[in-house]
Design a protein around this ligand. Structure first.
Ligand SMILES: [Zn+2]
Length: 297
């Protein structure tokens, strides 16, 4: 967006939210996405009759500033092309005059009613809502924040999921391969289990998932070791293997032979899981700071 247009929107009392500007002119609420080039996307949530729709499209066809437009249910999107001479105000003025002429009104995103609409904002996300839907949304978020969490149940479910996911690691590992996709399967199933058990999505919850993932990873590596061992010594059974484990692990030569495999396994597990963990951690942090505000213009 050009500086001229940013200034124009500031003068029109628009507010900047991340890459969007939101504001209200003459009862019409707009959001304008700054596409970082000469194109900007105007969004208006609007209720149109078939007749009003064709009149509006006729108008937009004649506007040289509108390079593209589309209507998806009640979301009207217009790609506004900037030029170096004029700012957006002229186009907005003409658009609003047309919306008034065809008696189009903005609508609440949830219930589609047209009175008392405001933007409700959380960080950089927003929704145009009526008073009732806005109050309900705020209430729901406040209730979610206060909800107690059962961490033990969450950890158990996450561990169960991670162990199910670890079968992929064991199968691939017993064939002599290591794949980061198997690490991904462990973490995916861990988070899925946690979600099914309705574990609270906060940072503590993510740490519990990481603990479950590490336990499942160690279990899977151990199981692969047993399978490899039993290939060489047919007589060994799981219990026998568990009993000789301390002796094996205290053998320096055995550990030396094992370390490259463990290191490689860790690397692949890390590659398969870290992005999901970091993304979930970030979303959890945002969710904890969730605060919905009503913006009045
Ligand atoms: Zn509503």
């Amino acid at each position: 967006m050009t500086e001229k247009n940013s200034t124009c929107l500031e003068e029109l009392n628009f507010k900047e939210l991340g890459i969007n500007w939101i504001g209200k002119i003459d009862g019409y609420s707009f959001s304008i996405e700054d596409k970082q080039d000469s194109e900007n996307e105007l969004i208006i949530y609007i209720d149109l009759t078939a007749n009003a729709k064709s009149k509006l499209f006729e108008f937009l066809d004649e506007c040289s500033e509108a390079s593209e437009y589309g209507l998806d249910k009640d979301t009207l999107s217009i790609i506004y092309l900037e030029d170096s001479e004029n700012d957006m105000s002229d186009f907005l003025k003409r658009l609003i005059a047309k919306l008034k002429e065809i008696d189009a009104k903005c609508v609440c995103k949830y219930c589609k009613q047209t009175d008392n609409l405001s933007f409700y904002v959380n960080n950089t996300t927003y929704a145009l809502l009526c008073e009732k839907c806005g109050a309900e949304l705020i209430e729901k978020f406040e209730a979610d924040k206060k909800k107690k969490n059962n961490y033990a149940r969450g950890l158990f479910a996450s561990l169960l999921g991670a162990l199910i996911g670890s079968t992929a690691w064991i199968i691939i590992g017993s064939l002599g391969y290591i794949a980061s996709i198997a690490g991904f399967a462990i973490s995916y199933c861990a988070f899925k289990g946690y979600e099914i058990a309705k574990g609270k999505f906060n940072r503590t919850g993510i740490v519990l998932n990481v603990v479950a993932i590490i336990i499942a990873f160690l279990f899977a590596q151990y199981a692969v070791l047993f399978i490899e061992f039993s290939k060489e010594f047919n007589t060994v059974n799981p219990l026998g293997f568990i009993l000789i484990t301390p002796i094996l692990f205290s053998d320096a030569d055995f550990m030396k032979a094992l370390l490259p495999d463990i290191g490689l396994g860790l690397l692949f597990a890390f590659l398969g899981t870290y992005r999901m963990i970091i993304n979930n951690f970030k979303s959890a942090k945002n969710a904890e700071n969730l605060n919905i505000e009503k913006l009045d213009f």
